[in-house]
Design a protein around this ligand. Structure first.
Ligand code: ZN
Length: 160
């Protein structure tokens, strides 16, 4: 039974890494840009976040990394699109709890639960969290509302 579940989860992760969702740049309107690095594994990604007030209007990423980092960033984009800032941060918190504890109960949806097995490989937690940490950093940025438009803030984060 658990073997079947592992196979299902593995299939989901492979699908998300081979056919990443929202794997593109957001050119316009200007998006918040955060570059994330995981030196331990060599994963690198650039996250683009477009807010509409308090709501995630669009989120996308580009980059190169291992299957886990790519699949996780990909699943993240589909999970938080349309959510408010606080809802997105809550999903992030739950995801982090899951990849460190292995407890996937909080997620009804297979695409996020698929990453529960990552807790068995502590070094890969940083891979799984890279896109999410970039999102967290991006959500904490503020757009310039002074008049001339939205300023694009470019930040770099490194997973520790
Ligand atoms: Zn990695």
């Amino acid at each position: 039974m658990f073997g079947d579940l592992d196979d299902l989860y593995q299939d989901i992760i492979l699908d998300y890494s081979r056919n990443p969702r929202n794997f593109r740049k957001i050119e316009s309107p200007p998006a918040r840009v955060v570059e994330g690095h995981n030196p331990l594994c060599g994963d690198e990604l650039t996250l683009y976040l477009l807010m509409d007030g308090d709501v995630v209007r669009d989120v996308a990423f580009e980059g190169a990394g291992c299957a886990i980092s790519k699949a996780s960033a990909s699943a993240m984009t589909t999970a938080v699109k349309g959510k408010t800032r606080s809802e997105a941060l809550k999903v992030l918190e739950n995801f982090h709890d899951m990849v460190t504890s292995g407890n996937a109960e909080v997620f009804e949806d297979d695409k996020l639960a698929a990453f529960s097995g990552v807790h068995k490989f502590p070094a890969r937690v940083k891979c799984a969290m890279l896109g999410w940490r970039a999102l967290e950093s991006s959500l904490s940025s503020t757009d310039d509302e002074s008049g001339a438009g939205v300023s694009v803030e470019k930040k770099t984060i490194t997973t520790e």
